[in-house]
Design a binder for this molecule. Sequence first.
Ligand code: F6R
Length: 609
Amino acid sequence: MCGIVGYIGLQQASPIILDGLRRLEYRGYDSAGICTLDEGVAQIRRAQGKLLNLENLLYDNPARGTRGVGHTRWATHGRPSEINAHPHRAGSIVLVHNGIIENYISLKGRLQDLGHQFSSETDTEIIAHLVEDHYRDSGDFEQAVRQALAEVKGAYAVAILCIDEPDKLIAAKLGSPLVVGQGKGEYFVASDIPAMLSHTREMIFLEDGEMVVFTPLAMRFSDLAGNPLTKQSKTITWSPTMAEKGGYRHFMLKEIYEQPRALADTIAGRALVEEGDVYLEDLDLDDAQLAGLEKIFIIACGTSWHAGLVGKFYLEKIARVPVEIDIASEFRYRDPIIPANSLTILVSQSGETADTLAALREAHGKGGKTLCICNVVDSSIARESDGIIYTHAGPEIGVASTKAFTTQLVALYLLALKLGRIRRSLSAADCQARLADLLELPRKLEETLELDAEIEELAREFVNARDFLYLGRGNLYPIALEGALKLKEISYIHAEGYPAGEMKHGPIALIDEDLPVVVLVPRNSTYDKVVSNMEEVCARGGQVIAVVSGDDEELLDKVAALISVPTVDEDLLPIITSVPMQLLAYYIAVLKGTDVDQPRNLAKSVTVE
Ligand code: F6R
């Protein structure tokens, strides 16, 4: 996710940038860096790890100058290290970047052919070289930035300095956030409002494809083609803590709302629609190995285990490989039989969960190949796995996992498509169609978030329930489990998730008029069966909250409440239906007044057994 800050004015830039970065550390803290311009010299300081390391470096070796850029990093391309820390420099160009460049491999190849040499593993350094390449030709900083950005595909927010034109700071954005702060005789630019709030409350929000050129006396807005734009500033009234949460009341809600962006970032550069294929950059397992797989194990804990349960559906259906799934704390002690031509997939947001790490070592110890699906770059699980698929959810701060879960589902889906192609169980045309649907998903998720007010209202109706039951079938059974877990974790209401068809084998005895039953019943291949299960609940007076797709008028008069999500392919339903599960749990917890972001007894990362 990363945070960027830029400053140009009359004050020393370095303390202002550091203060801004401190307030953006929630966006990542794998490394931090700063560059100020001091009488034509670029003062670059970079340090691995938290901002404190950079602060110590600057204490020993201050960076002077009244203009500068800074960065706090959440690693995506390239491990967390000083070499990969921003700012990146190419000739007279110095740049910080937040986002993911999708066509970095082809751009890098072209630049290398032109003689450019790279010193980091990042996609960002490519933009610096690209700007520098154009700058060398034209000697015009602004034009060089425009030309470079026109060639870049993906998402970016950039702040760029040119050593030869020290009175200019240029910033631009596409897909990643960027806000301008207007002070008196000084200008700020940052990924988020809190970075500038102690200096100004006058903010201007850049839109995609917009660029701003600052000098100490003025700022000019334009589109990337150079057409001038007039922008209005807004006065921000948020408190600094509210601002860190982007104006949301809790990190959890902010993270629920970040899902369209998180999904888009996880798909970015991986969906090769024209070829009908998937590119997974760190898979590190060759096609012959993947083609010959006889078995896959998926191992994880908690919410990540629920993602694994959906993954089993994807891999078995699309790639036709048998999948065994287990909870990490069980797997590690059951002396599992791991055949040579098997793959063990570890799913973990943090990459530090002790049981999942132990399960990875167990699989390795028995000679198995391993692959992790992980959100934190260079975490223990990522370092020790043979292959990695990173979810690009960005830092997840709320203890209850939301955006990490849906991005794990996307990563597992992409893996299933990739294996399907390699194992020839999926045609290129089918893969193309599935990728086209997947690329639509962030927009559909955006639409799903419009259910917010409706679900808040529903939460009021059911907040006093003592227990909840969640029912789902097939790939929605794991979502029933996840819905129940979310509710338990943050509202402390007892909740159970069950396969809908299993209800009559026991849990049906619980049903009475006081029991809300959330039934996941969108139109899919088991729709009729789940409707029958739902009727069984209704017949016994249960209060059904039905999650349906599109307009399902038929069910309207049978149930206590209907939540309608957008229509998607049935394999993508687990992702879309997760959103109402998250929102329902969230609003019930808010009404109960619990500590939503740090619920009692729970820790974000369980690094002990
Ligand atoms: C629930 C939740 C936990 C984690 C579990 C595994 O909202 O967050 O159940 O999913 O502790 O953590 P990771 O994915 O970091 O291995």
